[in-house]
Ligand binder design. Structure first.
Ligand code: MOS
Length: 737
């Protein structure tokens, strides 16, 4: 089947309402913790209360005698799992008595009700033999080491001659920036339901990657992957935290096997702070040198982040510096150091969000040193190609983002002098920063079924993170088929469906939509071929190329009065559904081009002159993100990223008790994420961009670019308002007064 674009292609791009909006508003969308199965029991994870040592004694007898308790799993009785080479997350699965971090899973109590499980947990008696824990990042940083590679990229980079570039510089900036330890706080915590039927296992799990759940659980338990099915119809927020399968997923399966009943296990809010990842803190040293007229002669960006004792998980904050600005002389490095804390993980734009804060702050400092406008400074160092890979960009609209964003924001009214703009007792600041995120894509499969009633079902084993996958994929299928979108249903979230990749790295649309489109085009071709067959066809003698499908009707291109509903074609042929598969994968364009989204973020802040309170009055974000497949859900997603950026700039921080290795503010009352009162005007501009190199739909991902640049823009605005440069996130009032 040739890759025809339907004449009437028009549904993609429209800001149509969420397909699952009504279900969500009515509470009918089924989240993982909402599965209830016959005889289901309730599991609770018990977490260590020391950061380092071993479990000297665990007495489960009292717990086991507690009313309703039907089992307690600990290292004393947990089945020994096959030893597998570590790949992906190193899990805590009750295989020994060792404790490597506070809040490490050390037992599971299973009872007939949640309340009984809680009673059981309280009755457990645990004694520890403590050993010395390293919880001091500054001290541990003295023995930082290189991860070698970070997701396929070298941890270090070097081009040109930095020493010469620095010697030749007229202006120099050399500063350290730090970003805090953070934790994911989606509304929906992690939740798993596991049920064994004989030797087959079904797992309902809140996850960004159902195939990852299936394969992790199968490999870890030593079960054949085809015996494991993972289901996840909705995710109430993932943000990277649900991109990996953590210990509780496997522990729930172990618990269900142990008690011979389905088991539901839901993490409570404090348990989100330790055993399921978080954003590592970073310490970032940046040096810039420029000529008198503000052309970069040298750049260095050296970062250190923490990882756990059990797994190396490197941050990637300096990656953004390798490609964002033109500079011949540059070195970057990533180092990490081990603490007795849970392993960190991906958290919304891991690397780019933290790295762009440091880089864009340093760029702002340099613009002041040179004495030119921050946008002009960036334009003088505009990268026409990828500086590190020496490749052209598949598309880059950053100039247009600067222009359109500045215009909408009213940048021209900014008096560059720090502290010069006032509004009563508020100091007013305007700041800007660049945004960028890689355009990722992975292999994906899909299936499309044309039903006898004239509807279509498109399927792929992808995930709905609340971002609009159900909606956007139905739009893609509808356009390729020539069906109205109201007649197309998209199904996802089940490993029985064709396999799709992790909904992480902002890659779902870029990966899955080409597969859905390929399957839909193949189904459309089959339908047209079928229409021409049979003695009673009204299309006798018609050329297949003359047949089109528009709005659910077969139609002659040459004589548009001749048409027939698609359901009539299927009825003539025994009312049997038509099925077609689609398979899509990235090609060698990824070796020929550098692929990124770009944007420019503008922030206006008010800072209380006496109290140091910061209010973000306005954010304008202008983005080049390829083809936006749904104007409404896409805009929402970019806004959501900016809201996260406000949190990163001003609020979010996990406070570590350095004596015990616990997060003190492990709840939503004290771990602050932006609430309505923290979010004022957010204005999104998506500049037109037609990039047919990245994938057939021309869609770059938008899940993560929204947070990048925001903290930098706010920090720069705070400097402009107050003359105080805060190089340590979050920007809390104590740092301003
Ligand atoms: Mo994203 S942090 O890659 O889910």
């Amino acid at each position: 089947m040739s890759d025809v674009t339907n004449d009437s292609a028009k549904i993609v791009g429209q800001g149509i309402d969420r397909a699952d909006g009504r279900l969500k508003v009515c509470g009918a969308a089924k989240y993982s913790a909402e599965w209830s199965l016959p005889r289901m029991a309730y599991g609770l994870m018990v977490l260590s209360s020391i950061p380092s040592g071993r479990i000297a004694r665990i007495d489960t007898q009292a717990a086991e005698r507690t009313a309703g308790v039907i089992g307690v799993l600990s290292h004393l009785n947990a089945p020994k799992l096959p030893k597998i080479p570590p790949q992906g997350r190193v899990l805590s699965l009750l295989q020994d008595d060792q404790v490597h971090y506070n809040q490490q899973p050390i037992a599971v109590v299973i009872a007939d009700t949640l309340e009984h499980a809680r009673d059981g947990v309280r009755a457990l008696q645990i004694e520890y033999a403590k050993s010395v824990a390293q919880l001091d990042f500054a001290a541990a940083s003295k023995i930082a080491y290189s991860p070698g590679k970070i997701q396929g990229n070298d941890a270090d980079s070097s081009r040109g001659d930095v020493a010469a570039g620095m010697r030749n510089a007229v202006y120099r900036v050399s500063q350290s920036y730090s970003t805090p330890f953070e934790h994911h706080n989606p509304m929906e915590p992690h939740a798993t339901v596991a049920v064994w039927e004989g030797d087959t296992l079904t797992i309902y799990d809140s996850t960004q990657y159902i195939s990852g759940v299936k394969n992790t659980v199968a490999r870890t338990l030593g079960v054949a992957p085809e015996k494991v099915r993972a289901v996840c119809l909705y995710v109430g927020g993932g943000f990277g935290g649900k991109g990996s399968s953590w210990s509780h997923v496997v522990l729930t399966a172990m618990a269900a096997r142990h008690v011979g009943r389905p088991v539901k296990l839901v993490l409570d809010r404090p348990q989100m702070f330790g055993p399921v990842g978080g954003r590592p803190n970073t310490e970032q040293k940046i040096q810039l040198g420029t000529t008198r007229d503000g052309r970069l002669t040298a750049m260095t960006h050296d970062t250190t982040s923490y990882t756990s004792q059990i797994e190396d998980w490197p941050d990637s904050s300096a990656m953004v510096t390798r490609m964002l600005y033109a500079c011949d002389n540059q070195t970057t490095s990533h180092r990490m150091t081990k603490l007795h804390l849970g392993t960190p993980t991906f958290q919304r734009a891991p690397g780019e969000s933290t790295g762009s804060y440091a880089l864009e702050s340093a760029m702002d400092e340099m613009a002041y040193a040179v004495g030119i406008d921050p946008i002009e400074f960036r334009l003088r160092n505009y990268a026409e190609q990828d500086q590190e890979r020496k490749l052209p960009f598949s598309s880059k609209s950053l100039r247009e983002c600067y222009r359109a964003g500045a215009e909408r924001f009213g940048w021209a009214r900014r008096n560059p002098q720090p502290g010069s703009m006032r509004n009563g007792h508020w100091q007013v600041g305007l700041g800007m920063a660049g945004a960028t995120y890689p355009t990722r894509r992975s292999a994906a499969k899909a299936k499309v079924r044309l039903m006898p009633d004239g509807t279509a079902i498109a399927q792929s084993g992808s995930q709905e993170l609340g971002t609009g996958t159900y909606t956007v994929m139905a739009q893609v299928a509808a356009d390729a088929l020539g069906y109205p979108v109201s007649k197309v249903r998209f199904e996802l979230g089940d490993t029985l469906l064709p396999e799709a990749p992790n909904s992480g790295g902002s890659q779902t649309v870029a990966s899955v939509s080409p597969a859905v489109r390929a399957a839909a085009l193949a189904a459309r071709g089959k339908l047209i071929a079928l229409a021409l067959q049979g003695p009673d066809t009204l299309w006798r003698g018609t050329d297949a190329n003359d047949l089109d499908i528009v709005d659910g009707w077969l139609r002659s291109r040459s004589d548009q009065t001749r048409r027939e509903p698609v359901a009539a074609v299927l009825a003539r042929h025994g009312s049997v559904p038509i099925e077609a598969d689609g398979d899509a994968r990235p090609g060698d364009e990824r070796q020929q081009y550098s692929m990124h989204s770009f944007g420019a973020v503008f922030a206006e802040v008010n800072v209380d002159r006496d109290l140091g309170i910061v209010r973000v009055q306005r954010v304008v974000g202008a983005y080049g993100v390829g083809n936006l497949l749904n104007a409404k859900t896409g805009r929402s997603q970019l806004m959501g990223g900016i809201v996260w950026g406000i949190g990163m700039a001003l609020l979010e921080e996990s406070l570590l008790d350095k004596r015990y290795g616990r997060i003190v503010n492990n709840n939503l009352a004290e771990y602050h994420v932006p609430a309505n009162a923290d979010v004022h005007d957010i204005d999104i501009i998506v500049v037109p961009e037609d990039d047919r190199i990245i994938n057939p739909l021309g869609a770059k991902g938008i899940g993560e670019i929204g947070i990048t640049g925001v903290a930098g823009a706010i920090a720069n605005a705070v400097y402009h308002a107050t003359g105080k440069r805060v190089r340590d996130l979050p920007i809390t009032l104590d740092k301003l007064i």
